[in-house]
Design a protein around this ligand. Structure first.
Ligand SMILES: [Zn+2]
Ligand SMILES: [Zn+2]
Length: 135
């Protein structure tokens, strides 16, 4: 079944395909991909901003290529950490935001455990261990 969709890039109607782009934009994207690929082969490692500056390819397009996994084979691309926007090369957060987040989660869990203990003391309830339930 063929469906008609708007091209993701220019909005023109086209036959639905995995790239979600019309034939013209797809051809354009292949050129972009080639340029970015070449640049990465030369530099090995670059941020999206650097790629944009060097190739003129729109950052939006680079991000799309990155998300579709088409660029990883040719080199490392830095993209912004989702919290502080610092360039990172893997995952969704940079090291410091990642560990900061882990710390926050730990604190929340600690507080929750503390509140639960208080609750049990106040109501005189206590948690039964699995062994006690079995008896
Ligand atoms: Zn298009
Ligand atoms: Zn960060």
């Amino acid at each position: 079944m063929m469906a008609i969709k708007n091209c993701l890039e220019c909005g023109k109607l086209c036959i639905e395909n995995p790239s979600k782009l019309c034939p013209e934009c797809y051809a354009q994207e292949e050129i972009h991909e080639h340029a970015v690929g070449e640049f990465l082969r030369e530099t090995g490692k670059a941020t999206i901003e650097e790629i944009h500056a060097a190739t003129g390819v729109k950052e939006k397009i680079i991000v799309r290529m990155l998300k579709s996994g088409r660029l990883f084979s040719d080199g490392m691309i830095g993209y912004p950490c989702e919290m502080c926007r610092k360039p990172i090369y893997e995952g969704r957060l940079c090291g410091s935001c990642g560990s900061g987040l882990a710390e926050q989660v730990r604190k929340v869990n600690e507080n929750r455990a503390f509140e639960e203990r208080n609750e049990h003391q106040r109501t005189g309830l206590r948690m039964y261990t699995n062994d006690e339930i079995k008896k």
